[in-house]
Design a protein around this ligand. Sequence first.
Ligand code: BGC
Length: 284
Amino acid sequence: MVLEEYNLDRQKALISLYPHQPLRGQSALVTGANSGIGEGCARHLAAAGAAVAVNYVRNPEAAQKIVDDINQSGGKAIAVIADVASEEQVMSMFLTAVAAFGTLDIVVPNAGLQQDSKIEKMTVSQWDLVMNVNLRGQFLCIREAINEFERRGMHDVSKALGKIVCMSSVHEVIPWAGHANYAASKGGVMLMMKSIAQEVSDRKIRVNSIAPGAIATPINRPAWDTVDAESKLLDLIPYNRVGLPDDIGQACVWLASDASDYVVGTTLFVDGGMTLCEGFASGG
Ligand code: BGC
């Protein structure tokens, strides 16, 4: 399949999805927002009215392009560099975003990567890199988000003190041979998210996750960019289409908005039914 690139015209078109601007007056930080699912979330949050900090670690041009599209379509955005695995860089990213927007209302710890290997061959650096970005990175961002929500206190833009939308994966529940580090990191995100939600929800902080299925992004390009690969992938997806960053962006806006005010500590699967175990569709 061919993935339609985002550009200024598409950014303007996204705004029409959110005529009531549910996130107006709020500000958001999305990590790993210069491509893929993070980009989709950043663009949709901006289209729904939020000011958005677009985090990146490499490829500043891609981050700047997203920021320019958002600013030129009447929104507000900045680009912020940080490696989410670094405590120091995460803290300075939060300082930058808060200095620019006054506070943060929505944090989307999204940055993630894969380092695939058969388990006998998996190196410690492959294990550590995935854990450090996918799990430690989310922990650091969640901690800083909660500290900022509490520092700022309640204001009248939302019923909640703050909203955190973690980016998990269907692999928080589906085991994935050849990807033990990645599946372990997402399984970790699931219980980290739920434990933190349990800990902070009485302070009016809502913590939830999105578990995307196969979304066409750079992380899994070989799985969808040829006809053969796409048709093999569709065998795993009851809804029979590959997901798009827009699918996740729209879910992210909902989880960040007051429309989901009673949704706490849950994982929203946005996967075209991948977790329904398509292999059993004919009775198993
Ligand atoms: C992975 C993708 C994969 C999808 C479904 C995601 O979390 O990053 O590579 O295509 O799960 O298996």
